[in-house]
Design a binder for this molecule. Sequence first.
Ligand code: APR
Length: 185
Amino acid sequence: MTAAITLHRGDITRETGVDAIVNAANTSLLGGGGVDGAIHRAAGPRLLAETRTLGGCATGDAKISGGYDLPVAHVIHTVGPVFSASRAETCDRLLASAYRRSLEVAHENGLRSLAFPSISTGVYRFPVERAARVAIAEVLEVSARLGDIDEVRWVLFDDATLHAYEQALAEALPGTDDGAGLSAD
Ligand code: APR
């Protein structure tokens, strides 16, 4: 069964009702700016104390931690690629891998719902329309394969990014207007 996909405008650190939020981290897992910085600030210092013990994370991989002061129980830290036009297809594969590994880590830990930010489309400069197409396609394929991910949300920080994901979802699911379809609030 493919997960129900919903798209939301908001701050992922305030998301509730999912087993995990996903962090767009860097390979050190020691925090940073953007959504990584926001998640560490909201989770508090115990998050860094745990991520220090995880031994970093390769680009395209994912690792799990507790959520601490966040309103969700877990954070799945993944590392997307820094976009490079001369290696665009490789970047597509690494971005897909970040989503795939995040879903696999959720599955391995018995989690059934998670919320993603728009991985790699900030500091890592991945073109948002291209990233959205890669992300939606990979999540649809992997969640159908795993079969036990009930819900995947994207929590998007600005209207332009939300619109890009709406477009990508509409293209991926033509004629679908319920269930796994669009839901933006
Ligand atoms: N909630 C949801 N989305 C957010 C939030 C938030 N609180 N803050 C930022 N974003 C959005 C950005 O607007 C962008 O659309 O997350 C998306 C990803 O942007 P970045 O956080 O810059 O992540 P990324 O492009 O993957 O770069 C990762 O940035 O912060 C550093 O340590 C991080 O080195 C790593 C790099």
